[in-house]
Design a protein around this ligand. Sequence first.
Ligand SMILES: Nc1nc2c(ncn2[C@@H]2O[C@H](COP(=O)(O)OP(=O)(O)OP(=O)(O)O)[C@@H](O)[C@H]2O)c(=O)[nH]1
Ligand SMILES: [Mg+2]
Length: 293
Amino acid sequence: MKSYKSGFVNIIGKPNVGKSTLMNAMIGEKLSVITPKAQTTRHRILGFLSGDSYQIIFSDTPGVLEPHYKLHESMMKVIDEALYDADLVLLMTTTDEEFDNEKIINYLKEKEIPGLLLINKVDQSDQDKVNQSIKKWEPVFGLENIIPISATLNFNIDLLKEKITDKLPEGEPYYDPEELTDRPLRFFVAEMIRAKILNFYHKEVPYSVEVAIEEYKEEENIDKIRAFIFVARESQKMIIIGKQGKAIKKLGTEARKEIESFVGKKVFLDLSVKVSKDWRNDLNQLKRFGYDL
Ligand SMILES: Nc1nc2c(ncn2[C@@H]2O[C@H](COP(=O)(O)OP(=O)(O)OP(=O)(O)O)[C@@H](O)[C@H]2O)c(=O)[nH]1
Ligand SMILES: [Mg+2]
């Protein structure tokens, strides 16, 4: 009989390279929030892909950046953890990215953690650039461990899955094969609201927002949800609400639709905005929002 394989496969890379898109493509569900903006993902989110003979536990992580706030420090700690417990690291890049993931590469070498280098968004690139990129990365990863992919077009995704299962260690499943993620429903609902905010508002505002689910009541035909949108300053509160409350009304409607399709049920969504002064640098607030520091 073929032995069972299982392990932690952690996706790491710069902001906006497509890490969350890849995890969702692999799991086949919209688990992680995807937006055109950098710094979308703030937490580590696990997604499970269970087959007859394997269980892959993907981790989506925040993009690697220089921290400017305590919030960023927590985001970077997540990446350290994701390196630490990885059975396999998927380092993601694009053909446009500069070659400067040195710290991560050195760590992988030092700890002898296997890695695959994924060149994403090849649909937006051309063969010459892809070849140049492969040449650049070959001495570090070896040709057989470099895979050009497109997470949005599912290009080379099956090949990637094969390479991953090849490299997984033998072992029992870590999670119930029926489960898709370690995060509760509330988390995803808050993330869906935050994603709408990232899409609707500009400049500093979306980055100053945190969403907390205050109450989630499941009734027979409807889920009743009360959520707080925290901002860092009074002026941001005005922007979120908008003239005569128009902006927040639109936000509420769009978020509700998204949540309804996720939970497969009618939803009543009550949004209110609160100022939590400079929460991105406030340890107590960050802890309350579920960040580890
Ligand atoms: N053309 C193209 N766009 C892609 C591809 N993969 C992701 N994108 C787009 O790139 C943007 C960023 O994708 P995300 O998955 O949110 O990127 P991320 O690496 O998780 O970003 P952070 O969470 O901010 O670190 C989105 O607009 C995606 O639709 C791809 O293969 N091709
Ligand atoms: Mg992301």
